[in-house]
Design a protein around this ligand. Structure first.
Ligand code: ATP
Length: 699
């Protein structure tokens, strides 16, 4: 539509909203006047809110606080924007908020905030059984006769004119049926208050505007603008508000120390973690750190939280572990010179001087295996002496290393460190070790009330220790979320290695996959069926796990072509055949940087818009996403295309045959296992369609 047309539509809609609101306001004012015994302030606020009852909201006035005999709740509003617990204040002096305290006329008024928070908690409990996340329940203090719009922790303070527009501006969380069901439920849980000041209520009717009655205190303009925005806004996804009641219970649970949520792919771990972040931020008023290993995920998750719980979004820091650690060190004045390339040169030289001709080549001649040994086992676990390394359990590393091999590794490590230090640079592990030393200093004031770690299985032991050091064993402090089956980096750790003690109900497992269709999950599970894995709690779990599925249909398409050219053509055909408008929810995922480069060029030549996963921030963009299996972690797409998905895998051919050796090196088995995990992760990103391309002769 042309810009002029759109402006005309907006103006017409604005006029329509204004007419409607004028009528509704007259009617609301008539109703509020019937409430003889209510205070004048309450009546004015109620009149503002009654206008919203014409727009799908339900207003409950003067209700009894459940579990008490005499306490009441001024108002409860349930509508598309969620559930609002409203305390109306008739204060002569305007409220002031400073340093997280509420005052009026210089007098402290914190007890009013405490009472409102307590009753909000009761409302949260009331709706949790319906699966409503706490992010949808919000406390409001509304001040008759004042103009206010301020925040006090999770409480929003609004003036009588601000409240209507504010509620209409809330993102649309509930559909009309949900509003009805929730309002009915809330009405039962919060019964009529016996000593109610409100004596008469008349059901709202549109009524005719009374001629000559001035608008008085009605802020027509503010309300009209908000109503207009509301009318033009697209609805947001349902998961932002509704969870399974078991998930809501986890979001709201009070944990006495570190906790862990695990579960297979697609079981809602991240969704629970995000709702938990919002919940904790609202409850504590302090800052929450939400960390992942991957550095593209924080942007996406921050976008989700902002849409879901805008009021607390600025109290949650979404960061990748290394970027956070670097910033933390900078703030503490600890010099860091992270230089990945120079560190890699130091390692290459160390390999040339002491590794290549050592007995390590007997185990695996590829230097990458030994770089990983240093990164994930020695430095990743914070090991600083050979004695320690000589006996350490090398978790998730298959090749067994006897003492002489470990000695050779240690010599390589020492040579690497010497060369790295001579170049004056740090590697990624150094950053974490330095941050751990800094965070463990008793003097430091630690900035977070809670730390949530997503995809925890990707971290090193030092990384987990660092995050644990930030909050220690404080109640509701540390939450670890992840799934050992989706480990895409070598090595690993157990929680006990990190000194993290998770017992009883602090370890929770989710079992319902809400993402993948059965067809897709079956194919993905076949890839890892034989790969039992050890999770961070030390439990060995079979590769094929039992998962409950929520029913939805899906499709797996396998395409095998004799040449790369034909294969790529088939991929382009499949991408071009996507129904209109679905490009934004499609991803092409590749196992290596080289493959990404190849497909980026291919798609560009075919004029198919591409958004690289490293630039994706969770907001819809009309382009096919392109990135590595690793970068796709934690994300999901309706359609996932995996070109040449089996190129690096043995695909049924015994590795020995392929490599022409009688005995397959354990390191090779380990690498293949890791590749299968990565492929499994890539496949389970697909909700409805999974396209698997191969080059070769059809079997
Ligand atoms: N209660 C629910 N009802 C419907 N859908 C849900 C529910 N909980 C989660 N989902 C949906 O399930 C999908 C997977 O959720 P999420 O990404 O949190 O899973 P996960 O366990 O973190 O996955 P992975 O480990 O594979 O990254 C998302 O699309 C999410 O919206």
């Amino acid at each position: 539509m042309a810009a002029g047309g759109s402006a005309a539509r907006r103006a017409q809609e604005a006029r329509r909203q204004e007419r409607l609101l004028r009528e509704q306001w007259q009617s609301a004012r008539r109703q509020a006047r019937q409430w003889e015994a209510a205070s004048e302030g309450e009546r004015r606020v109620a009149a503002q809110l009654l206008v919203l009852t014409e727009r799908g909201w339900r207003l409950l006035v003067d209700r009894r606080w459940p579990g008490t005999r005499t306490a009441n709740v001024d108002m409860l509003m349930v509508g598309p924007g969620g559930v609002f617990v409203i305390d109306v204040k008739n204060w002569r002096r305007a409220p002031e908020v400073a340093d997280g305290r509420l005052r009026a006329g210089g007098e402290p008024r914190d007890e009013h905030a405490a009472k409102l928070l307590a009753v909000t908690k009761a409302a949260e409990s009331a709706v949790a059984s319906l699966g409503l996340s706490p992010v949808a329940v919000q406390p409001l203090m509304v001040f008759a006769g004042h103009r206010v719009d301020a925040g006090l922790g999770r409480i929003r303070l609004l003036g009588e004119h601000e409240v209507g527009p504010a509620l209409l501006s809330e993102c649309r969380r509930l559909r009309a049926e949900s509003v009805r069901a929730i309002a009915d439920h809330v009405e039962r849980v919060f019964p009529d208050y016996e000593g109610s000041a409100v004596t008469e209520r008349i059901p709202p009717s549109p009524g005719q505007p009374q001629q000559g009655v001035p608008d008085g205190l009605f802020d027509l303009e503010g309300l009209r603008d908000a109503a207009l925005e509301e009318a033009l806004r697209a609805p947001i996804e349902q998961w932002m508000t509704f969870l399974h009641p078991d998930q809501v219970a986890l979001v709201r649970r009070n944990w006495s120390g570190p906790a862990r949520i695990s579960g297979p792919a697609g079981t809602g771990k991240t969704v629970v973690a995000l709702h938990r972040a919002a919940h904790v931020a609202r409850r504590t008023g302090g800052r929450t750190l939400y960390v992942t290993y991957a550095n593209n995920l924080p942007r996406v998750q921050a976008t989700f939280l902002k849409a879901m719980a805008p009021a607390v979004a600025d109290r949650v820091d979404f960061r990748s572990l290394h970027s956070w650690a670097q910033e933390f060190l900078q703030e503490r004045g600890v010099p860091v010179r992270l230089h990945g390339n120079k560190a890699q040169t130091a390692f290459s030289l160390a390999w040339k001087y002491v590794g290549r001709d050592s007995r390590l080549a007997e185990v695996d001649p590829a230097p990458i295996y030994w770089r990983e040994e240093i990164d994930h086992v020695i430095k990743g676990r914070g090991i600083t002496t050979f004695e320690e390394y000589a006996t350490v359990p090398r978790r998730r590393r298959r090749a067994s290393l006897r003492r002489p091999h470990r000695q050779a590794v240690w010599e390589l490590y020492e040579a690497y460190e010497e060369l790295r230090i001579a170049r004056g640079v740090h590697d990624f592990n150094d950053v974490l070790s330095l941050a751990l030393a800094e965070a463990s200093r008793p003097t430091g004031q630690l900035p977070y009330a809670a730390v949530i770690v997503d995809e925890v299985q990707d971290l090193t032991l030092v990384g987990v220790r660092l995050l644990h050091a930030l909050v220690g064993d404080a109640p509701n402090g540390l939450l670890l979320v992840g799934d050992g089956q989706q480990a895409v980096y070598p090595g690993g750790f157990r929680l006990t290695d990190a000194g993290i003690d998770i017992r009883g109900d602090r370890g929770q497992v989710l079992r319902t996959n809400y993402r993948n269709s059965k067809q897709i999950l079956d194919v993905a599970l076949t890839v890892v069926a034989e790969d039992a894995f050890e999770d961070i709690d030390g439990l060995r779990t079979p590769g094929r796990r039992d998962v409950d599925l929520t029913y939805h249909d899906g499709q797996v398409t396998r395409v095998t072509k004799p040449t790369v050219h034909d294969h790529d053509q088939a991929l382009l055909d499949a991408l071009r055949a996507m129904p209109g408008g679905t490009r934004a929810d499609a991803a092409v995922l590749c196992p290596s940087k080289r493959a990404i480069g190849h497909y980026q060029r291919l798609l560009a030549q075919a004029d198919i818009p591409v958004c690289l996963l490293e630039h994706y921030d969770g907001r819809p963009v009309d382009a096919v996403k392109l990135g590595s299996y690793r970068r796709a972690k934690g994300l999901e797409f309706k359609r996932v295309y995996l070109p040449q998905h089996d190129a690096a895998l043995s695909d049924g051919v015994p590795a020995g045959e392929r490599f022409g050796v009688a005995e397959v090196p354990e390191t090779l088995r380990e690498r293949e296992e890791l590749l299968r995990s990565q492929l499994f992760v890539a496949m389970t990103r697909a909700r409805d369609v999974l396209w698997l391309g191969s080059v070769g002769s059809p079997r």
